[in-house]
Ligand binder design. Structure first.
Ligand SMILES: [Zn+2]
Length: 184
């Protein structure tokens, strides 16, 4: 491929990624981080592709909600967050390191991460419809998990499958699937 064509292809894929992220109602600063596009360029893309009457896509402003406790607030939320983490592991976005801790498999500010994250989020949306996690909540979940902040992966004492757990919770280590099963 000629250098011009390579640049064109790269530009095109960044633009496509921005459009995809706008469709998931992602805040501009996050789209900028992944695509490197300017705020003005992102606003124009939004106006061209999404600003029509009856278009359900909205632009969120201000800060993204960031409370790791949100993901373990009840069994259903915990199960859904665990599913999303599994999808991300399968998609190669994150991996377990030698210390058995979750780490990013590629830089979070890259277009490749953005694309793979969109793939993972869209796969999760097929499994959980309507999704309990917004795109940005899902993004923050992976961020909190990699920082080991309040949440972490542990193996269930009963079924031995790994699940998302509140690391400050001193209760018995049983996964949400086993807990929900024993409630029935
Ligand atoms: Zn279990």
């Amino acid at each position: 491929m000629t250098p011009t064509l390579t640049r064109y292809t790269r530009e095109q894929s960044r633009r496509d990624l921005a459009i995809r992220m706008i469709g998931h109602e992602v805040r501009t600063y996050l789209i900028r981080r992944c695509t490197g596009l300017s705020e003005d360029r992102i606003r124009k893309l939004y106006n061209v592709y999404f600003r029509q009457d009856g278009c359900p896509v909205t632009r969120h402003r201000g800060k993204t909600p960031r409370q790791p406790e949100y993901f373990t607030r009840n069994l259903t939320a915990q199960l859904e967050a665990t599913t999303f983490i599994r999808v991300c592991l399968a998609a190669g976005i994150i991996r377990f390191n030698e210390q058995d801790r979750i780490t990013l498999a590629l830089p979070a500010s890259s277009a490749e991460y953005g694309q793979k994250f969109c793939d993972a989020y869209e796969a999760y949306m097929v499994l959980h419809n309507p999704p309990g996690l917004s795109f940005e909540r899902a993004w923050n979940l992976i961020d909190a998990l990699c920082r080991g902040h309040v949440v972490g992966m542990t193996n269930c004492r009963r079924c031995e499958v790994s699940f998302l757990r509140d690391t400050l919770d001193a209760n018995d280590v049983v996964c949400p699937a086993c807990c929900l099963g024993s409630l029935q």
